[in-house]
Design a protein around this ligand. Sequence first.
Ligand code: ADP
Ligand code: MG
Length: 141
Amino acid sequence: MTEPRVALTSSPQETEAAGADLGARLVPGDVVLVVGELGAGKTTFVRGACRALGVRDLVTSPTFTLGQRYAGRIPVSHLDLYRLATLEDEDPALLDDYLGPDRVAFVEWPEVAEHALPRVTARVHLEHAGGDRRRIEVRAG
Ligand code: ADP
Ligand code: MG
C-alpha cells in the first residue's frame, strides 16, 4: 500500500465495504489511525474493517470507555480518544491493554496519542462530500 487509495461512498454500507477492504489486508501489530469530523463515518468504516477481521460482535462507538476489544480471526481494538484531552496526566500504561503485537488497533481521534502509538500502518481520512456521500482516503502509515 504505497499510493493513497481514494473512495467515494454513498451509503454506510459502502463505507463499511471500504473498511473491509483495508481490514482484509491487516496483520497483527498493525495500528490504523481514523481521522475525520463527527459523523464522517469513522466508526462505520471501523465496523466494516472489524467484520473483515472476523469480529462478530456489534461494533459501536466506545462511549463510556476509551476503547473496546473484540475477538476475531485477529484480536481487534477500537479506541476513541475524543474525550482524552492529553496523555500527560494519564497512567503511561493507559493504552497498553489495547495495543500489542498480537492485535490490530483502530484509533479514532488519534491526535492526542500519536506519539505514543507504535507502528502506525495506515491513516484513514474521512470527509463529508454532501448528503450521504463521503470521501475516504487510505494511505500507508
Ligand atoms: P464517526 O465515527 O465519524 O463520528 P459514525 O460512523 O459513527 O461517524 O456515523 C456516521 C453516520 O453517518 C451514521 O449515522 C451513518 O449511518 C451516516 N452515513 C450516511 N452516509 C454515510 C456514508 N456514506 N458513510 C458512512 N456513514 C454514513
Ligand atoms: Mg466514531
